[in-house]
Write a protein that binds this ligand. Structure first.
Ligand code: ASP
Length: 324
């Protein structure tokens, strides 16, 4: 309470002060926390998005990689950050799978954040070390089934997109293989290139360059339709895995309690970024689809996050996979 003021006057004054602070927002760089390692698929989206948001925000946007535990370490960091609009999180489908995967999750994705908006949807690709002995997806599946005790599947930890895709794949072909977790698929990709692990299901935002350069074997995409930038890769569905479809949606979150004026400014900056030619071109070159502007809103993200949580929760529970 401000001394000497009647309660109502004090409240009015404080609200006005908050408003002035938020109206000046942002007056310093905004940090996007990426919950995986630098140089990976989420990092690539964040850096491109940050560049496109800098103009409408009138401030530079920096990316900080806070990796570990399938993205939950970075998300926890943002949940606990000051709610001032200067720290936001870019995360993916992992926000809807973590509640089922982690018995002790430090946050509730639906209630512990200010939801800002959806941004891109990214298909995944099944890739393998450059000398993997299969020439197409059918041969790949047969080889994995026949050699399941000898093969290693890389992923970016429990809750990563690569983990989810790997789970779905193992269940679809009814073969359990040994999984090797990394802190991001940038590291998993290095292990594939170095032939230390055998295969990986990873987002096109990380694999397109390597596939086009021919440095890895690529077998299929996880989207319902072929990806225009990788037209030679069949979908898993057309290659015999009926119903296999997964797309990795990405969205931005701020700590709960971030002032509405800052949230509004972030939403507007994301909407502007989604129309930015540089951002759109980069995303489409990497196989990603930018959400239409009307879906880049807190309300659309709230309903998507809810329905995705309801979709994946039972699938994960059924798979019996969780971390204590
Ligand atoms: N998105 C993660 C990364 O950037 C990988 C994953 O979720 O599989 O490394």
């Amino acid at each position: 309470m401000i001394k000497g003021l009647r309660p109502l006057a004090a409240i009015t004054l404080l609200t006005a002060a908050g408003l002035v602070a938020a109206q000046g927002y942002p007056n310093k760089p905004v940090t996007i926390v990426v919950p995986f390692t630098a140089g990976g698929p989420t990092d690539t989206v964040a850096r491109s998005l940050g560049q496109a948001m800098a103009k409408p925000l009138g401030q530079s946007v920096v990316v900080e990689n806070v990796s570990g535990a399938g993205g939950t370490v970075g998300a926890t960091r943002v949940k606990n950050a000051g709610p001032d609009g200067y720290t936001v999180l870019l995360h993916h489908i992992g926000m809807s799978t973590a509640p089922a995967l982690y018995r002790k999750l430090a946050y509730n994705p639906q209630t512990d954040f200010e939801l800002i908006g959806l941004i891109v949807d990214v298909p995944m690709t099944m890739i393998a070390r450059p000398d993997f002995p299969a020439k197409d997806f059918r041969e790949f599946v047969a080889y994995v089934k026949a050699n399941k005790t000898k093969l290693n599947l890389a992923n970016a930890g429990l809750g990563a997109a690569s983990h989810l895709c790997g789970l779905m794949f193992q269940s679809a072909i009814e073969a359990d293989v040994t999984t090797v977790p990394f802190k991001g698929t940038a590291d998993a990709m290095n292990a594939i290139l170095g032939k230390q692990v055998d295969f990986l299901c990873d987002q096109t935002t990380n694999t397109t360059g390597q596939i086009k350069a021919g440095s890895v074997k690529a077998y299929a995409v996880t989207s319902a339709k072929r990806v225009p930038t990788l037209p030679d890769l069949p979908t898993m569905q057309e290659s015999g895995l009926k119903g296999f479809e997964v797309g990795i949606w990405h969205a931005v979150y701020a700590p709960k309690g971030t002032p509405k004026a800052a949230v509004d400014k972030l939403v507007a900056a994301m909407q502007e970024a989604s129309k930015d030619l540089g951002f759109r071109t980069r995303m489409s070159e990497l196989g990603a689809t930018v959400y239409p502007v009307e879906q880049i809103t807190p309300a659309a993200l709230a309903s998507h996050l809810k329905s995705e949580t309801e979709k994946w929760g039972p699938v994960i529970k059924k798979a019996g996979i969780y971390a204590d």
